[in-house]
Write a protein that binds this ligand. Structure first.
Ligand code: SF4
Length: 248
């Protein structure tokens, strides 16, 4: 059955699916300037293969015990500070220990926005999809909650919504019985803003997460990847990830 009325959630979903991506150099606090150069374009233009949004996480800047990115993600996407096992978690802090040196690294892990996403391959309805600009999303109106994608994701990056959601952010439609994961804050990206985790990390004075266009050789993220040694998690899987790590 269809309903022609437009609800705030429908409007939010439309924005969520609206293609286009762009972002600007943003000062998030006095003295804190995020790195990226603006490549804005109107929000009603479709997402383009010319852009591939990605993140570079500098593990030397990421602080053990800090979870500002995790908190910002919850606040931005409407799931607060859930601590129960069944609560959604789109980004989590992980401690890695080098077995040889005993040195530990603290790093955030979220959907890695694979260029070859296994979650999209196994989805029986097409609910899991990748935008031309590389952002991997779930269309909650098509998701049947089978959770094949959760099993297929090597990074355990997806959550299942177990309970009815009230008081949700209309920009980030969520629903019981659906799978969800990091959207790279697509609703913000499509308005020339940075993902919430990126801004929160910069606000906290760490600046450990850099967001930008991997396809633009002049972007800060592409320059850093060209200049420094970076890695992908489980690079052996050859999924060509949109999230890279630096500082190992
Ligand atoms: S990290 Fe997991 S959820 Fe994200 S695109 Fe890859 S397989 Fe899909």
């Amino acid at each position: 059955m269809t309903d022609n009325k437009t609800t705030p959630v429908d409007e939010g979903r439309r924005r969520f699916l609206t293609a286009s991506a762009a972002m600007a150099g943003v000062a998030v606090a006095p003295g804190v300037v995020l790195y990226e150069i603006a490549h804005g374009k109107p929000a009603d233009e479709p997402a383009s293969h010319a852009v591939r949004w990605g993140m570079l996480i500098d593990t030397n800047q990421c602080q053990e015990g800090c979870d500002e990115c995790v908190k910002a993600c919850g606040e931005e996407n409407g799931f607060g500070h859930g601590t129960r096992e069944t609560d959604s978690q789109w980004i989590r802090k992980v401690e890695l220990r080098d077995m040889r040196t005993g040195r530990t690294k603290s790093l955030p892990v979220m959907c890695q926005h694979c260029a070859e996403p296994p979650c999209v391959d196994v989805c029986p309805t097409g609910a899991s999809f990748k935008r031309p600009d590389g952002i991997v999303l779930v269309d909650r109106h098509i998701c049947i909650g089978c959770r094949y994608c959760m099993m297929a994701c090597p990074y355990k990056a997806r959550s299942f919504v177990h309970e009815r959601i009230t008081d949700q952010n209309p920009d980030v439609p969520r629903g019981i019985g659906c799978v969800e994961s990091c959207t790279m804050c697509v609703h913000r990206v499509d308005r020339d803003q940075q993902p919430a985790c990126v801004e929160a990390c910069a606000r906290a004075g760490h600046g450990a997460i850099l967001f930008g266009n991997l396809n633009d050789p002049n972007s800060e993220i592409a320059k850093r990847i060209a200049q420094y040694s970076t890695m992908e998690l489980r690079a052996d899987l050859k999924l060509n990830l949109g999230v890279r790590y630096q500082g190992f």
